[in-house]
Design a protein around this ligand. Structure first.
Ligand code: HQG
Length: 180
């Protein structure tokens, strides 16, 4: 007997959930970025079991329930202005950012900007950064970030529950393009 949601449906509802938890300007998110599960079940066609399935199977660990399972949130990636209560954290020596060659001129002039999101997103390994960069099409460019040095000079870093590193706009001074 077939159980659970088909892979295609799960991907579609996952994308819808990403929008509802990161980008939905019509919703007033609670501090921490939480949204009521009851709102998603009553108004957006999610069942509790579907939400559980998305949270547990999401390959990037994008979502999280609170302890009571009455609220759910995305752990990073927001465009809506919400206080995620991230705690500042000392970063490792180096971090990575993958992007498209068409953005490079501007990045090396203006630094990395959050663009439509609340923070600049960085990866702790080059392989992950390459996957992130490949989403943008064009020629992939891998950037090496001297994160510890930036931190020493006052740059703030945070780490989301799924391991993604976040920072405020970052000067080009701490960024180098990798050539392999
Ligand atoms: C670029 C995905 C021009 C930046 C991933 C990036 C990640 C500039 C694009 C997460 C710039 C923004 C975030 C500047 C930055 N001039 N372009 N000054 N500064 N850019 O998608 O980092 O699947 O908002 O290089 O896995 O690609 O959504 O950021 O190419 O963790 O969970 O502007 O999104 O996660 O693109 O990806 P994005 P991102 P999810």
């Amino acid at each position: 007997m077939k159980t659970g949601t088909g892979k295609k449906d799960l991907t579609k509802k996952g994308k819808e959930l990403a929008f509802l938890l990161r980008h939905d300007m019509s919703y007033h998110f609670a501090k921490g970025g939480w949204r009521e599960v009851s709102d998603l079940t009553k108004n957006h066609g999610f069942s509790k079991s579907l939400l559980e399935e998305i949270v547990t199977t999401d390959e990037k660990g994008r979502y999280q329930f609170d302890q009571t399972k009455k609220r759910i949130r995305a752990v990073q990636g927001h465009s809506v202005e919400v206080d995620m209560e991230y705690v500042e954290k000392e970063p490792p020596l180096e971090l990575w950012h993958g992007t498209s060659s068409r953005f490079i001129g501007s990045i090396m002039k203006e630094g990395l900007k959050p663009m439509s999101r609340q923070y600049v997103h960085l990866s702790s390994d080059p392989e992950t950064a390459k996957k992130v960069g490949a989403r943008h099409g064009g020629d992939l460019v891998l950037l090496h970030i001297r994160s510890k040095e930036a931190w020493i000079y006052g740059q703030r870093f945070y780490q989301a529950e799924n391991g993604v590193w976040l920072t405020d706009p970052l000067s080009w001074k701490y960024i180098e393009q990798c050539h392999d």
